[in-house]
Design a protein around this ligand. Structure first.
Ligand code: IPM
Ligand code: MN
Length: 362
């Protein structure tokens, strides 16, 4: 029995970081005697160029057939004309929606070896271990949009059910962690946030009395993330707040290039991608940081394939590679880092050491 992974390299550095991550995945699969099949599809700008649309039907169908989806990044200056009819980003949004992936998990755990890469003082960072759960298929991202000569609008709408399902996911995850959920909203201004707060309070009271819940306003959370990040465990929030707060939170880890993500729905199938973008300024140079994508693969193995040992293996290997100062430019002092391929090789070399225990078991 093989497992199938749909690979969507996308634009910019997407193809480089996914290629690096697949090398690591192949190695782990080989080591553990698994058969992994990779099928590649177009998404984003390259799909617009080749097929005239950012999410071709064949891509969506391929993803629906696969056990999991690995995505690089979408977008770039070539396709960012504000008047363009289609944009690469629409492909990603349609894919998330099309696969019903309403919960986006973005763990933030600053690595001890990379603390100096963060603009935040190291003493605030030790012990930080946050899991942001971002609602991914609702809110202002998907509401009706209007535009005329002198005005524009974006509708932000949430249903009770959309809030319930993502909030439940966040409480379940908190139970496996430190049992604390901070729910982020703007209930002092927005009606959607007042609904969000009511629903979250009810779910907490009725279904998760063992989990501590705190409501935090988004502006205040933007500050707390920098002033006392260690105090948070699970943070659950709506789509756009989650987008913004996770870019901010990535600075705790030192680089956007270190943060993985998993987008999950009701079943096991998920979409795994680094939280960074296509980084057109460094695309094609072979210097992008592949760790976020490699760590996304660990999440893929854990959530979609149920391979916990293999996932942990990858995480330990990345950990060890960082401890050994296998830094790409974004992490290296003075920006003199190693290449994307060298970073993947560093992880593979560490796999040899750190998968030892799992090998014995097999
Ligand atoms: C992200 C990205 C996307 C988003 C873009 C590319 C549509 O910024 O995954 O965080 O806003 O969700
Ligand atoms: Mn984003």
């Amino acid at each position: 029995m093989h497992s199938e992974i749909a690979v969507l390299p996308g634009d910019g550095i997407g193809p480089e970081v996914t290629a690096a991550a697949i090398k690591v995945l192949r190695k782990v699969a080989d080591r553990h005697g698994h058969d992994l099949v990779f099928n590649e599809y177009d998404i984003g700008g390259i799909a617009i160029d080749r097929h005239g649309e950012p999410l071709p039907a064949a891509t969506l169908a391929g993803c629906q057939r696969a056990d999991a989806v690995l995505l690089g990044a979408v977008g770039g200056p070539k396709w960012s004309d504000p008047n363009a009819k289609v944009r690469p980003e629409q492909g990603l949004l349609a894919l998330r929606k099309g696969l019903g992936l309403f919960a986006n998990l973005r763990p933030v755990r600053p690595h001890p070896a990379a603390l100096n890469a963060s603009p935040i003082k190291p003493h605030l960072l030790t012990g930080v271990d946050i899991l942001v759960v971002r609602e991914l298929t609702g809110g202002i991202y998907f509401g009706d949009k209007t535009r005329d000569a002198d005005s524009a609008s974006d509708l932000c709408r949430y249903t009770v059910e959309e809030i319930e399902r993502v909030v439940r996911s966040s409480f379940r995850l908190a139970r496996q962690r430190r049992g604390f959920v901070a729910s982020v909203d703007k209930a002092n201004v927005l009606e959607t946030s007042r609904l969000w707060r009511d629903v979250t309070s009810r779910i907490a009271r009725e279904e998760f009395p063992d989990v501590r819940l705190e409501h935090v306003l988004v502006d205040s959370m933007a500050m707390h993330l920098l002033s006392k990040p260690r105090e948070f465990d699970v943070i659950v929030t709506e789509n756009m707040f989650g987008d913004i707060l996770t870019d901010e939170a990535s600075m705790l880890a030192g680089s956007l290039g270190l943060l993985p993500s998993a987008s999950l729905g009701d079943g096991k199938r998920g979409l795994y991608e680094p939280i960074h973008g296509s980084a057109p300024d460094i695309a094609g140079k072979g210097i992008a940081n592949p760790y976020a994508t490699i760590l996304s693969c660990a999440m893929l193995l854990r959530h979609s394939l149920g391979w916990e040992d293999e996932a942990a293996c990858i995480e330990r290997a990345v950990d060890a590679a960082l401890n050994a100062q296998a830094f790409t430019n974004d992490l290296a002092p003075g920006g003199r880092g190693i290449s994307t391929t060298a970073a993947a090789e560093a992880v593979i070399a560490q796999l040899e050491e750190h998968c030892y225990v799992a090998d014995l078991r097999d």
